[in-house]
Unconditional design. Structure first.
Lengths: 113, 115
């Protein structure tokens, strides 16, 4: 069965520190991969996506993610976190041709001043 | 604003009542999705429309749940005989095009509280 795992439920980092959020997926083939962010009271917003090609993809707000086929991972990174990055982050592979996204449990990011 | 619109944003109801949520997708998006999100969890897929055709339903969508998209534009999600376990955020998303479409555009959700 297709599945996605975000091992870290909650992460706290200091403002200005680097960030890495982990995502592992289990699919029969390489899925299309997405990271979404959900801020309190706001809808889900796309950060970045991977379809094919270059395994390092750039997104909005200074985020990037690297697809590693051998590890079935698609980890999200940011070199320097800002207080406004505090939010819930979801990794979501896409299932088949319907475009349906399968979301992970999410990682809550807290940023210390 | 031409984003995905959901109404109402908040609904409080008593157990056993029926509720209906409406979603207006981005204009000309022919794919529409409903998800449910409970506290501390990621969104769970409920159902998917391609134009007016409902092409996939999750097992989460019990007989008390029904979704329609009668003219391939807006969609409604009805929950009959609500239960406390139905309390959640109901999210609607849309995407354009045929085949694989990439990004889903989400609304801000309709929060349901069943007392």
């Amino acid at each position: 069965a297709q599945s996605v795992t975000q091992p870290d439920i909650h992460i706290t980092v200091s403002e200005g520190a680097s960030l890495e959020l982990r995502c592992n997926y289990s699919y029969g083939a390489t899925p299309y991969l997405f990271w979404y962010v959900q801020s309190p009271g706001q809808g889900l917003q796309l950060l970045l996506k991977y379809f094919s090609g270059d395994t390092l993809v750039q997104g909005i707000k200074g985020f990037e993610a690297e697809f590693k086929r051998s590890q079935s991972s698609f980890n999200l990174r940011k070199p320097s976190v800002h207080w406004s990055d505090a939010a819930e982050y979801f990794c979501a592979p896409s299932s088949g041709n319907t475009g349906k996204l399968i979301f992970g449990q999410g990682t809550t990011l807290q940023v210390k001043p | 604003d031409t984003g995905v619109s959901q109404d109402p944003r908040h609904k409080i109801t008593k157990r056993g009542q029926n509720v209906t949520f409406r979603c207006d997708p981005i204009s000309e998006h022919n794919r529409l999705y409903w998800y449910r999100q409970t506290l501390g969890q990621g969104p769970e897929f409920l159902t998917y429309f391609q134009n007016e055709a409902q092409l996939e339903k999750s097992r989460l969508l019990s007989d008390r749940f029904s979704a329609e998209r009668p003219k391939g534009s807006f969609s409604t999600l009805e929950i009959q005989r609500t239960e406390q376990g139905d309390s959640a955020m109901y999210l609607c998303a849309s995407s354009p095009g045929q085949g694989f479409s990439g990004e889903l555009f989400f609304g801000e959700g309709s929060r349901l509280t069943v007392l």
